[in-house]
Design a protein around this ligand. Structure first.
Ligand code: SF4
Ligand code: SF4
Length: 341
């Protein structure tokens, strides 16, 4: 006989998260379009429309951001080149520290597109493929290996060398090189991107779960988070809906608290749980009483941290790259000829 239970009242968890995801995706599209117009102005020698450079584009330069963060930590000097990337990295680390790996499931445009791809695959084929556990776990470690390689390169280089690299012609136009990667993809880029898209359609969050070193870094920060998805074993009716819905393929229905850095704090599991108070995002036992954290609070917290860090960077004059435009007139038309130093 089915166990009687108190039904969870309908909530707007997924709707709230989708709203934040969409807002951030649109923000990135606006930044990308504005940056393209800015680059074209310099490529045409000043003949096309001039707009100011959107510093937010530096959020797409994770390695330069890591380099700047190390330099700032060692020297205490604010970066002259791509400083916004460093502030964005700090904001995303802070978000992951407080709200689990929420950067990946609430803000990252790649995470949003990945989610749409596997949902499209699910609608098309009625299911997504889940690799067996013996394969899934070693594949997940790939992103940590990639992160380790990047950290090894950045941490072993002295701060002066990192600053010299960022101030080199290649470093100054690293964002233009990134734009070129998207607007003039080579055969290898097209092949690898197509492969990733196909993998993302057939399996949930393939890029994020297996390969993204940025997500791996956010996951490590999230291990210190005071919040956890928490299951109340007394009220849980063992329906397994949470585990089936989890995009990170976590066995939520068998855990009391989800501690793994693979949990993105997406709250999909919470939104499908049919039982009142059986599954929630909650504060750790250290914070008594263990408070329930609703989706709107995550949305508000994520937005507040993001706007506070960006606001601080702008107010202290550390948001904009401090390079005379004459240098961009000279470098941007030649950006394609700069190889990686
Ligand atoms: S455990 Fe819940 S919050 Fe964590 S990734 Fe899975 S569905 Fe998202
Ligand atoms: S969805 Fe998960 S936590 Fe909720 S009742 Fe079912 S098994 Fe328990």
């Amino acid at each position: 006989m089915a166990r009687a239970y108190l039904k969870r009242p309908p909530d707007q968890t997924l709707l709230v998260r989708r709203g934040v995801q969409l807002a951030f995706l649109l923000l990135n599209l606006w930044i990308g379009a504005r940056f393209y117009v800015w680059v074209r102005h310099f490529e045409t020698g000043g003949d096309s429309l001039y707009v100011t450079r959107p510093p937010g584009v530096e959020g797409w330069l994770p390695i330069a951001s890591l380099m700047n963060l190390k330099c700032y930590t060692v020297t205490g000097l604010l970066p002259e080149v791509h400083p916004a990337g460093m502030f964005l990295l700090v904001a995303f680390l802070a978000i992951s520290f407080v709200f689990r790996k929420a950067f990946c499931s609430w803000l990252c445009p790649i995470g949003t597109i990945s989610e749409w791809l596997w949902q499209g695959g699910q609608a098309l084929f009625r299911r997504n493929l889940a690799p067996p556990r013996w394969l899934d776990i070693p594949l997940r470690s790939l992103k940590y290996i990639l992160l380790g390689l990047f950290l090894w390169v950045v941490l072993r280089m002295p701060a002066e060398e990192l600053r010299a690299f960022l101030a080199s012609p290649y470093g100054l136009v690293a964002d233009v090189k990134m734009l070129d990667f998207f607007r003039s993809p080579g055969r290898t880029t097209i092949f690898v991107t197509s492969l990733l898209v196909i993998l993302s359609v057939v399996t949930k969050n393939a890029w994020c779960r297996y390969l993204c070193p940025y997500g791996a870094l956010m996951g490590l920060a999230s291990m210190l988070s005071p919040l956890r998805i928490t299951r109340d074993v007394v009220s849980c009716i063992d329906c397994g809906k949470c585990a089936t819905a989890c995009p990170s393929l976590l066995p939520v229905d068998r855990l009391r608290t989800v501690k793994t850095p693979e949990c993105t704090g997406c709250m999909t599991c919470v939104s499908v749980c049919p039982v009142k108070d059986a599954l929630d995002l909650r504060t750790l036992p250290l914070v008594r009483p263990r408070r329930r954290v609703p989706a709107w609070a995550v949305a508000a917290g994520v937005t507040l941290i993001f706007l506070s860090v960006v606001g601080y960077a702008r107010a202290t004059g550390g948001w904009h790259t401090n390079v005379p435009e004459a240098i961009f007139y000279e470098l941007i038309p030649r950006a394609g000829s700069f190889g990686h130093p």
